[in-house]
Design a binder for this molecule. Structure first.
Ligand SMILES: Nc1nc2c(c(=O)[nH]1)N[C@H]1C(S)=C(S)[C@@H](COP(=O)(O)O)O[C@H]1N2
Ligand SMILES: [Mo]
Length: 390
């Protein structure tokens, strides 16, 4: 079957002048790429899947970014419900990001013959379009690569992960919109399947891609989707097998030896310091709340402790106050966190003293840690030393 004979292809991919005779070899020889894998229809079908995955990543990534680093106007508007909100959005973020890796590979395979189109640039506009595609490919690959290494908790680069991942995402989305606009006629022409039967080669490419995506998803999604746990072969962390995974251990944070006279400081108009025995004597609340790590794993656990709101009222801090929480940890990016009022006032936000009915272990934040609904794991401060008005 000669793919070049399809009317749609002739219309949107007009035959171009051949390269000079001396160059007409290898990928530049006429008819070098005849597989239906390289047809526009294949690119459009894969592009739809990849586009959906990338847009889902972008939307859920924005949620994660805004929860971790909200602009001032958003702080009083961040909701502490639904309890599992961040668990779901961040789980989707990582599932979609991992699925996008084989999709991006397949999409690049489909279109790479365009690299050898002749002439390399037909006009200034065409050159700009090709450069925008180079930017799109670079941004998407950087995004998927940094995201993948992040799920492995591996940061081998000197630049800050979150800012890089964030700005590269905007670059990728901008370049994607340009790409969609430029390719709109091709996309429209190949959006629906041609009336003739699909070419067997194209079917095989799509089936292989779907199988790769399915395998990647099923063998990693168990890190955040409980009913897929049994298939979770490749995710780096496996919640549910025993206790909660630990990202930063007490040894790494230098908080293994908590001073015997540890007392939580609550600063406010009627500020006070309170030791562990007295904290345990206060009214206790037990709640099932998830730890949802930005790196993609999440797990529910049963936490018991004192409501943060109760601690604040005792210090004379009124409802509606945002607070700052400081850890015993000497240094580390999550030593100090800010908690907007909606979380501080939520009756499920705890200064937890126990996990699954047992006193906290050093790795989970002994003597006391924060656990709040709908918050990224990085903000669930362990080894708490001080609570004060932000
Ligand atoms: N003080 C402090 N608290 C911290 C961290 C930290 O590095 N320092 N890591 C956070 C991260 S990234 C996560 S995912 C959760 C994990 O909680 P766990 O170790 O009890 O599962 O703790 C959070 N609390
Ligand atoms: Mo985390």
């Amino acid at each position: 079957m000669d793919s070049d004979s399809s009317p749609a292809r002739r219309r949107f991919d007009p035959p171009l002048p051949a390269p000079p005779a001396a160059l007409r070899r290898g990928p530049l020889r006429p008819g070098a790429f005849r597989s239906p894998a390289h047809e526009p229809r294949t690119a459009v079908v894969l592009g739809r899947w990849l586009g959906a995955a990338l847009l889902l990543c972008f939307a859920t990534g924005l949620v994660s970014h805004l929860l971790q680093d909200p602009p001032g106007w958003l702080v009083p508007r961040l909701p502490s419900r639904p309890v599992d909100g961040y668990r779901v959005t961040q789980g989707l973020h990582v599932v979609a990001g991992l699925a996008a890796i084989p999709l991006a590979g397949a999409k690049l395979w489909t279109v790479y013959p365009r690299l050898f189109a002749w002439p390399p640039a037909r006009s200034v506009l065409h050159l700009l379009e090709r450069l925008s595609i180079a930017l799109l490919v670079a941004a998407v690959l950087l995004e998927l690569f940094t995201g993948l290494l992040n799920t492995l908790q591996w940061y081998p680069w000197p630049f800050p992960f979150r800012q890089t991942h964030y700005w590269t995402a905007w670059t990728a989305v901008g370049a994607l919109l340009v790409h969609l606009a430029v390719k709109a006629p091709v996309i429209a022409a190949h959006w629906r399947r041609a009336r003739s039967a699909p070419l067997p080669g194209r079917r095989a490419v799509l089936a292989a891609t779907a199988a790769a995506v399915g395998t990647v998803t099923l063998t990693t999604a168990g890190q955040s989707v409980p009913w897929l746990r049994a298939l979770d072969l490749f995710a780096p962390r496996r919640p549910g097998t025993g206790s909660l995974p630990v990202n930063r251990t007490a040894a790494q944070a230098g908080t293994t030896a908590v001073p015997a006279d540890w007392r939580l400081a609550v600063d406010g108009p009627a500020g006070y310091r309170i030791g562990l025995a007295d904290l345990r004597a206060l009214p206790q609340t037990t709640a099932d709340l998830p730890i949802a790590c930005v790196e993609g794993w999440s797990a529910n656990a049963r936490w018991t402790g004192v409501r943060v709101a109760d601690l604040l009222r005792r210090a004379g801090i009124p409802a509606g106050s945002a607070v700052r929480i400081t850890s015993l940890e000497a240094e580390g990016p999550y030593r100090v966190t800010e908690m907007p009022a909606a979380y501080a006032d939520d009756p499920l936000t705890l200064l937890a003293l126990a996990l699954d009915g047992r006193p906290l272990t050093p790795d989970h934040g002994f003597p006391a840690r924060i656990v709040a609904p709908n918050r990224p794991g990085v903000l669930q401060t362990k080894w708490v030393a001080r609570i004060e008005v932000a």
